[in-house]
Design a binder for this molecule. Structure first.
Ligand SMILES: Cc1cc2nc3c(=O)[nH]c(=O)nc-3n(C[C@H](O)[C@H](O)[C@H](O)COP(=O)(O)O)c2cc1C
Length: 203
């Protein structure tokens, strides 16, 4: 069986840890990932995860943080400026995409079909081909344009999955919070995941 091919866009909203946790979890599932980092996405990796968190050493970073399981999958990194990359075409068989975290700027670009970067174009391809697109916005408070842009994206077929970790799992660490969100993203992409246990009900 061939690996599931999934695109991951990483933009300049706070929450780089959500991006690396999600990428690591998808790699551990054996996926073939197509990664695109915006300039501010790269900057937030350094600002929030430390100066060694360069995209150029992503494999080392992921193995250090999450172990050798990440080697089950594979990834390529595309330039966000390359509108001629595979992801820019609906003929490329990339089944789904998540933008995590998703800035309000990129959200606006997706809502209005601007396709000014590869991340925006690849998201537009997902919408026009009616494939799964998961947007993980992170901002607070939200302006009326932000709210309206989310509605437009949802009406166009995207899933809005806000970066809102829950606390009913009794998280002990920041990694627990990131794992919860990554687990929600994997569920949205159709994976059974073990990043957090499903709620069992009860008082
Ligand atoms: C440290 C830092 C934190 C930021 N956090 C957010 C955020 O949480 N949400 C957001 O929408 N924009 C945030 N921004 C602003 C975006 O990075 C900015 O709008 C940028 O143009 C987004 O471009 P991109 O979508 O191409 O990455 C932040 C910027 C910086 C420098």
């Amino acid at each position: 069986m061939s690996a599931r091919r999934i695109a991951v866009g990483v933009t300049g909203a706070s929450g780089a840890i959500y991006a690396v946790r999600t990428i690591a979890a998808l790699l551990a599932e054996g996926c073939a990932l197509e990664l695109v980092f915006s300039d501010y996405g790269k900057r937030l990796m350094l600002d929030e995860l430390g100066k060694d968190s360069k995209v150029e050493r992503l494999t080392d970073l992921l193995v250090e943080k999450y172990g050798d399981d990440v080697r089950r999958g594979s990834f390529v990194v595309h330039s966000n400026k390359d509108l001629g990359a595979t992801l820019a075409s609906g003929s490329h068989r990339c089944e789904s995409m998540v933008i995590v975290p998703c800035s309000m700027k990129t959200l606006a670009g997706v809502a209005h079909g601007l396709s000014q970067s590869l991340i925006e174009r690849a998201a537009d391809v997902m919408l026009k081909e009616q494939r799964r697109l998961v947007l993980v916005p992170r901002e607070t408070p939200l302006s009326l344009p932000d709210l309206r842009n989310m509605v437009v994206c949802a009406e166009s077929g995207a899933m809005i999955l806000p970066a809102m970790p829950a606390f009913y799992q009794m998280p002990q660490t920041i990694d627990d919070l990131a794992s919860f969100l990554a687990g929600k993203i994997l569920n949205a992409l159709g994976f059974e995941q073990q990043l957090f246990p499903a709620w069992k009900g009860g008082a």
